[in-house]
Design a protein around this ligand. Sequence first.
Ligand code: 13P
Ligand code: ZN
Length: 275
Amino acid sequence: MSILDAKFVQGFIRMCNDGWEQGWHERNGGNFSYRMKPEEVEEVKEYLASESEWKPIGTSVPKLAGEYFMVTGSGKYFRNVILDPEDSICIIEVDEKGENYRICWGLVNGGRPTSELPSHLMNHEVKMLASGGKHRVIYHAHPANIIALTFVLPLKDEVFTRELWEMMTECPIVFASGIGVVDWMVPGGRDIAVATSELMKQYDVAIWAHHGMFCSGEDFDLTFGLMHTVEKAAEILVKMLSMRPDKLQTITAQNFRDLAVEFNVELPEKFLYEK
Ligand code: 13P
Ligand code: ZN
């Protein structure tokens, strides 16, 4: 038995590779974190060290005190995770104040967790509280079509949500609460983490203009599937806009209301405006 045999580690590595194969992770683009379950911490305890020094997270996440996360390393390439996980990813522990972290496993050749750790942990804190502890996965990627749309659509939650819902009938079922949009901001710090986690109070998806996307979910499948669905809808919208600037026909606001009844989802009226 090695730590790499643990099911959650296998799932984490597989998702990194799936994202790479989708073309969402040029160079070191994107990052990924998973809040471990207590039984998973127990399962791999013999591999976890507690000698490394505490370092500041760069923000405060008091509700995550004592939690353990598996996280990709800063500057590490998603395409290498499957070949050399110990070099590319790590497990970190958050201190009792929620202000510092230490590396307990991984990054054997040095390095630190992703530069977006403040955004990951602030999103985890918000989503853990909003979901009653169910959400465990935060995933940041650089998918080309969603980024392309941030140059041509108004940077408004309502517009991105509605335009992407219209691209595939199942979109409003997959991301019923909608999509938030963050204007261009400097990445890697506390300010963008605050703005993103504020949107995550309402949504499971946040777009960073001219940069990429964050998704939150309960497990690897749901979170990867969410990123995949939003990006596929974006691809269809890019294709559609490339053919002609307007639509001959589409899914209407009333169609969405009918769908909501049939599929038992709540679709906020703010997205069903008349055009
Ligand atoms: P890291 O390599 O530090 O994770 O940064 C990549 C990225 O996508 C920043 O937004
Ligand atoms: Zn990024």
